[in-house]
Design a protein around this ligand. Structure first.
Ligand SMILES: C[S@@+](CC[C@H](N)C(=O)[O-])C[C@H]1O[C@@H](n2cnc3c(N)ncnc32)[C@H](O)[C@@H]1O
Length: 209
């Protein structure tokens, strides 16, 4: 990975502000090319998406993050580099998929360390559920991947249940990839590695029909 920094006066906004009412985004218009598009949900401070975008210049990356504070940190990380293949959205992932993403348009969806919402009364806030899986299936290209990592045993059990109870995607041999070798997948992956905490990881694939 070669990391290049832009002088301040050459930096441009990589934030994509979603229009209301919702309308499907043509990714080829957004990026000006037909390269494959990967989505990362819950990018936090943006380490994974930044490294991935640097390492894979012929892939386009969209990152969505619900919290403005983290989105701004991720923006700072992305925008100081010449990453024309990256767009960041401040918003909620399920609503984004439902309103703005075309059928069969994403090659990978990355979900790393999603909020586990451990209290029973908060379980309804969890991302993984029937509605999410239906959208994932709709927006992934045939052969596209859903890649997941979590450190939370209770949420891992729930995710596995959701994955086993759906018939859209099949379990695959691919796992979330670390874009920079041993140093960790995301900010949370690095933190948990340093604490010696286990991560659970899996990959599911939309069948090629
Ligand atoms: C535990 S953090 C993990 C951040 C990052 N993926 C990492 O591994 O370092 C989960 C992130 O997902 C964001 N998030 C939670 N629910 C979301 C949703 N429905 N849509 C978009 N972002 C969400 C949170 O604000 C938070 O930044």
């Amino acid at each position: 990975m070669s990391d290049v920094f832009l002088p301040k006066d050459q930096r441009v906004s990589r934030e994509l502000v979603l229009e209301e009412p919702a309308a499907v985004i043509q990714f080829s218009d957004l990026f000006g090319n037909d390269h494959p598009v990967e989505l990362e949900i819950g990018i936090g401070k943006g380490l994974f998406i930044t490294r991935s975008a640097i390492n894979q210049p012929d892939t386009n990356f969209i990152g969505i993050e619900i919290r403005r504070k983290y989105l701004n940190m991720a923006r700072a990380r992305v925008e100081k580099r010449p990453l024309a293949n990256t767009r960041l959205i401040c918003g909620e992932a399920l609503g984004f998929l439902e309103g703005y993403v075309a059928d069969n348009s994403l090659s990978v969806i990355h979900v790393y360390y999603p909020d586990p919402w451990p209290k029973k009364r908060h379980h309804k806030r969890r991302l993984f559920g029937e509605a999410f899986m239906a959208q994932v299936h709709r927006v992934l290209k045939p052969g596209g991947w859903l890649l997941i990592a979590t450190d939370h045993a209770g949420y891992w059990e729930h995710i596995q249940e959701v994955l086993q109870n759906q018939t859209y995607l099949e379990s695959g041999e691919r796992l979330p990839e670390d874009p920079q070798g041993a140093s960790g997948l995301t900010n949370f992956a690095i933190k948990y590695q340093q604490e010696g905490r286990e991560s659970y990881r899996t990959g599911y694939r939309k069948p090629v029909v």
